[in-house]
Design a protein around this ligand. Structure first.
Ligand SMILES: [Zn+2]
Length: 294
């Protein structure tokens, strides 16, 4: 029932979308960036579908690597489901795109592709706990902020599609938290991990990347690393270091952790593609800065 679509973002095995088949047609959980839309089309064809066959796109959150292609699927008839806090940005992505453009500059389009408005009639906001039944499948929205203030994990029976809230993990290596700005919140993230534990799913499906079944170990490691990275940035922040100056030493620190966990250089590349170190520096820096000024 669940098919993992590898969107080949820069390399294989960095960004996944999930295809859920049903008697009424297929749905996607996340769809990846618009830059990998041709690969999404190809991956769907490998399972016998055209883009226009997709009936629903259940977004975990609106970051480009998860939701960037949603407008192109909506154009072909898909309904798009998103948390209320992400809704307006999917309908009018101007601000979302511009703030990303300030970060990515000229690389914006080659990295993420285009971003267009999703018309209101194709867009539905979903509240925490709400269930959309389609083709006999109950897709339940589980509000799980921390990585993003508008993050949903999608529960389908005993499976949980976790977007980024259950972290990134490649080759059964270390589970790590992607911490991009602007709304990382460590205590909220910890609460979301508790919600996931309490649901006791049989499997997690990470956008970066794939199925996880050793869920206790995975979530415990993730929580440990989240705290550890948070403390690392906090100490430097308190010592007056600026975010830019933290990038190189933080990269050395986190690469050391990945190597120590037994990963090869090749395997570590997936971590860097899906979760660039500088992003986590800026996201965690912003978290401590907000806390200090609030
Ligand atoms: Zn992501």
């Amino acid at each position: 029932m669940v098919k993992t679509l590898d969107l080949h973002f820069k390399i294989k095995g960095a960004i996944a979308a999930y295809l859920i088949e049903s008697s009424e047609g297929p749905s996607l959980i996340d769809c990846g960036p618009h830059s990998t839309f041709p690969r999404l089309r190809e991956a769907l064809a490998e399972h016998g579908y055209a883009v226009g066959d997709i009936k629903n796109v259940f977004l975990t959150h609106i970051h480009f690597d998860h939701a960037g292609a949603a407008w192109a699927l909506a154009e072909q008839g898909a309904k798009v489901y998103v948390h209320p806090r992400g809704f307006k940005h999917m309908h009018d992505p101007t601000r979302l795109y511009q703030s990303a453009q300030r970060i990515y500059g000229d690389a914006m389009e080659s990295l993420w592709g285009e971003m267009h408005s999703i018309p209101l009639e194709s867009l539905t906001e979903v509240q925490d706990g709400e269930t959309i039944v389609f083709g006999g499948h109950p897709f339940q929205a589980i509000y799980t902020p921390g990585h993003a203030s508008h993050h949903i994990a999608w529960k389908l029976k005993d499976l949980l599609f976790t977007g980024d809230v259950a972290g990134c993990r490649f080759s059964a290596g270390l589970a790590v938290p992607p911490c991009p700005p602007p709304d990382i919140d460590i205590p909220l993230w910890q609460q979301s991990l508790k919600i996931i534990r309490d649901l006791a799913p049989r499997a997690l499906y990470l956008a970066h990347f794939g199925e996880v079944t050793d869920i206790d170990d995975h979530l415990n490691t993730l929580e440990w690393v989240l705290n550890d990275w948070g403390q690392w940035i906090k100490e430097k922040y308190n010592a007056g270091m600026d975010a830019q100056a933290m990038v190189v030493p933080f990269e050395a620190y986190t690469l050391g952790q990945l190597k120590d966990s037994g990963l090869s250089v090749k395997q570590i590349e997936n971590y860097q593609v899906a979760n660039p170190t500088w992003q986590s520096v800026y996201g965690l820096f912003r978290y401590w800065e907000k806390k200090a000024t609030s």
